[in-house]
Structure formats: structure tokens, C-alpha cells
Design a protein around this ligand. Structure first.
Ligand code: BG6
Length: 489
């Protein structure tokens, strides 16, 4: 994989994602010399703006996010704007003209990345027009980046894929799951496959259960119309959380090529046992937040949020027990939970090892603590490992101690966004950290199965207080197996 001169064409360039994430990330790549030597970025949206207006706008958004402004003006000279009606072929023809002119000016041999930061319902029309206007008839490469959600069920994902596949081949489609750009998520693979002490233990002989939590303290914000159709199941579980499961559960790939890794991830996702109706009801707990307090501030219930109906049955929380039917994982529950308006923002993975076969250090009835490997994804990026050690000076009693590595203390550390890493991968043409269509099929298959059962049973919502860790059933899900959520403390 190599970086070559490229034009990035960004649809939805004045939208929230572009302003908050994409342009600041592109600028950081520029500062770190990770953009091609010859490049230009063409933003499009409905707004009537000149190149100058557009640059001013981007300058402001980058100024809110960045820490180094020394190269900002220079970076902005690479930015251009084209007003776009995404449903009119004429504006694509105009855009193609502008892109061709810029490619002559910058000496770019028609390598084009099309980033659709747009509502998914437009993906099909946009890719059709890219094709018919000649924008995708290139001498170099063409790549498409799309944001989630990719479909809202198995059928709709297949349909969408069929539609965009008429213009882009699978290896040209980069489906964003921004969790795959997070450093600690990428670390899962390294921890597993670069340490001889973990891989031999990474199975049902030594691991008792795995817990994945992606808690958020924010509510629905201003995304009511999207979120109320989606819910936690489709917003977080189908993509981010199942991707984490795949990385934790996959077999060692024969190489780090995207194809080899993806094949293993697909196999892992396919091995997730599809729950029966009864299992969905007992093992997939949904919740919706009530009013409550978070950091001493009182917040509304979901049903009172702007744009949400007061009878909405959308899930803002899910806790699930997932079983993976293969030799490595048979019998090891993966407990997964995510929710809005929980106590605090915290994404972490806890791998709980089995207890030693015989505890020589029992003090009364107390059990020895399990060894835990904790991958703290955010806000702190940290790896922790807990051991039992001798209690200082107190005879032969034990106490749990923690070994840890904090990324922020690493000499090379600098704050960096998942989008930086994903944009860079796309420039390289490396699709390892993007979702392949086969992974989507497997994940929608499971999600459809849960959704169907949920549809048939009305929940009694709201069922958890804002500021709590979710409904009580989420605790029971583990306690009936003899486990408990390892909370962040
Ligand atoms: C997005 C979801 O994919 O991920 C949001 O649509 C959620 O609802 C967000 O808030 C969480 O991302 P992060 O990076 O803040 O954990």
C-alpha cells in the first residue's frame, strides 16, 4: 500500500461530521505529512458558497479542534468548493469539470476518493450520478467511503449494496465503523497476537467470560429523527459492538492482510449462535432511560426529549449475552452492554480469566479474585492486568494488584482521532479497518433475529434511571450465571 496523488471529493462538506471530525482530521494528517504530496479536497453541499467562504468556514471548525495552526493557511489553499444538488445530474457534470481542472493543476492522475457524509438514503442516487456524469470514469483509482448505517436490516443492506455495487466494486468500498479507527480497538489484535502469554489462554479453558461495555452519559441530543428509528440495537450493537466481539473472538489470521483478517472476523461473526425466541427474551435486555441525575445535573427522560413521542418504545440501552458456537468459545459468555444516559462515558473490555483450580489462600469464605485483562478504550486509553499478590506484611494473605499501561504517558502520545487513522488507511487503499459486506450480512442476520422478537413484545419503558448503569435485568443477566459486571473504579 502506497500513498499517491489524490483528489478527495466530500459530499456533505458543511455538515456536522465534516466540520467536527473530517476536516480537523485531514488537517492533522497534513501536519504529520501523511497526505499525498499532490492533493486537493473538493467540498460539496447545497449551500451557495465560494471557495473563499468555504475555506473560512473550515478554518473556523479546525480552529476549534486543533492545537497547531502553523500550517493551517497552507492547508486551506488545497480546499475547493462546488455547490451541489445531489439529485441533479447537471451539478455532477459541473463538479466533474472542476475536479478535472484541479487534477491538471495539481498533477493528479485521476485518483479519486468520494466521501459520502450524507444521509444513507441518498447513497444510491449519488453513486448512480457519479457514474453517469463520468466522475467515476478514471484513469487512476476510485474509492467510496460511506458512513453508517449501512441498511437497517439484512434485506435493506443487501439492496443498498447491490445498488452501489453497480458503480463501485467491494474492494473500492470503505464502510466506516469509526470504532475500528480507535487505537485501543486496534490494540486488541496486537495484545492477542504479539504476546505469547495471552494467545495460549485465549479460549474456554482459561477464560470464564468477556464483558464489553460502551456506556455514554449523553442522551439522544439533536438526533431524534434518526435515533428513534434506530435505537441502541442498530446504532451501536450491530456495528461497533459486534466488531469488537469479532476482533476478540476470531482465530489468529495467517497474515495481517485485510483479506486474511476479514475472513477470520466473518467466521467469528457467523459462529455467534442465533438466539431462539425464548433466548432473545431472556438474554437480550433492552432499556429506555427515564429522567434522572448525571454529574449533579437533572436530565429528562427519553420520551420527554425534543422530537421523541411520549409513547416511543425505542431502546436506548441493550445488554446481551452472546454465545459463540465453536471449539474455542463454547461455554464462554460474551456479555455486552451499551446505553445512553448511563453514569459516565466509558468504553471498556474486560476479559475475566478462570480462577485457579485450588485456592490455597482462602481466608474464611472469601474467594480469590479472578485475573482480569482490561482494555480501556475511552476516555482513558489504558491496558490493565490484575494479579493476586501477597498482601504486604500480612502473612500469606493475598490482594489484587494492577499492572497498567496508560497511553497518555507514552512519549510518542499525541491526541488523535479515529477518523485520522481511517482516512489515512483509505488513502493507502487498506480496507482492514473498514466493514466488509460479509461482516454486515452476519451482523444484520443476528440483529434482525433480535429485532423481530422485540417487535412482537411490547417493552415496559422507561426502565432505567438516567445516571444509572441500565435496568436491573442487565445485572440479573450476569448474576444468574454467577458473574457481575466489572464496573470502572
Ligand atoms: C455513533 C453513534 O456511531 O457512535 C452515536 O451513532 C454514539 O449514537 C457514537 O454516540 C459513540 O461514539 P464514540 O466515539 O463517542 O464512542
Amino acid at each position: 500500500h502506497q500513498i499517491v496523488p489524490t483528489t478527495i471529493i466530500l459530499f456533505g462538506a458543511t455538515g456536522d461530521l465534516s466540520q467536527r471530525k473530517l476536516f480537523p482530521s485531514l488537517y492533522h494528517l497534513y501536519i504529520y505529512n501523511k497526505l499525498p504530496s499532490n492533493f486537493c479536497i473538493v467540498g460539496t453541499s447545497r449551500k451557495d458558497l465560494t471557495d473563499h467562504d468555504f475555506r473560512q468556514m473550515i478554518k473556523e471548525s479546525i480552529s476549534k479542534k486543533s492545537f497547531d495552526f502553523t500550517h493551517l493557511d497552507e492547508f486551506l489553499t488545497h480546499l475547493y468548493y462546488s455547490q451541489q444538488d445531489v439529485l441533479s445530474e447537471e451539478s455532477y457534470i459541473k463538479l466533474n469539470q472542476k475536479v478535472n481542472d484541479l487534477e491538471s493543476k495539481y498533477d493528479i492522475p485521476q485518483n479519486r476518493i468520494f466521501y459520502l457524509a450524507l444521509a444513507p438514503k441518498l447513497f444510491n442516487d449519488v453513486t448512480d450520478f457519479l457514474d453517469s456524469s463520468g466522475l467515476t470514469t478514471v484513469k487512476g483509482y476510485k474509492r467510496l467511503i460511506v458512513e453508517k448505517p449501512f441498511g437497517d436490516s439484512l434485506n435493506s443492506a443487501i439492496q443498498l449494496n447491490n445498488e452501489i455495487s453497480t458503480t463501485f466494486k467491494e474492494h473500492e468500498i470503505f464502510r466506516i465503523d469509526h470504532y475500528l479507527g480507535k487505537d485501543m480497538i486496534q490494540n486488541i489484535e496486537v495484545i492477542r497476537f504479539a504476546n505469547s502469554i495471552f494467545e495460549p489462554l485465549w479460549n474456554n479453558h482459561y477464560i470464564s467470560n468477556i464483558q464489553i461495555t460502551a456506556a455514554e452519559s449523553i442522551g439522544v441530543l439533536d438526533r431524534a429523527s434518526y435515533y428513534d428509528q434506530s435505537g441502541a440495537l442498530k446504532d451501536m450493537f450491530q456495528n461497533h459492538l459486534l466488531q469488537i466481539v469479532a476482533l476478540l473472538a476470531m482465530e489468529p489470521p495467517i497474515s495481517l492482510s485485510s483479506e486474511d483478517i476479514r475472513n477470520e472476523k466473518v467466521k467469528a461473526l457467523k459462529s455467534i449462535k442465533l438466539p431462539t425466541k425464548q433466548q432473545v427474551l431472556s438474554d437480550y435486555i433492552r432499556g429506555q432511560y427515564d429522567s434522572g441525575n448525571i454529574s449533579d445535573e437533572s436530565v429528562k427522560s427519553y420520551r420527554e426529549e425534543d422530537g421523541i413521542s411520549n409513547t416511543s418504545n425505542t431502546d436506548t440501552f441493550i445488554a446481551a449475552k452472546i454465545m459463540i458456537d465453536n471449539f474455542r468459545w463454547a461455554g464462554v459468555p460474551f456479555y455486552i452492554r451499551t446505553g445512553k444516559r448511563m453514569k459516565e462515558k466509558s468504553t471498556r473490555i474486560v476479559i475475566e480469566f478462570k480462577e485457579v483450580p485450588l485456592n490455597l489462600y482462602y481466608q474464611s469464605e472469601e474467594k480469590l479474585d479472578s485475573n482480569l485483562l482490561i482494555i480501556n478504550v475511552q476516555p482513558e486509553e489504558r491496558i490493565e492486568f490484575t494479579l493476586n499478590a501477597k498482601h504486604y506484611s500480612e502473612g500469606m494473605s493475598t490482594k489484587p494488584v494492577k499492572l497498567h499501561y496508560d497511553l497518555v504517558q507514552d512519549q510518542e502520545y499525541h491526541p488523535f482521532d479515529a477518523y485520522e487513522s481511517l482516512l489515512y488507511d483509505c488513502l493507502l487503499g487498506d480496507s482492514t479497518n473498514f466493514t466488509h459486506f460479509d461482516e454486515l450480512i452476519a451482523s444484520w442476520n443476528l440483529v434482525d433475529c433480535i429485532h423481530d422478537v422485540w417487535q412482537q413484545h411490547k417493552p415496559s419503558f422507561p426502565n432505567y434511571r438516567a445516571g444509572s448503569q441500565g435496568p436491573r435485568q442487565s445485572e440479573l443477566l450476569l448474576s444468574k450465571d454467577g458473574f457481575a459486571w466489572w464496573e470502572n473504579n
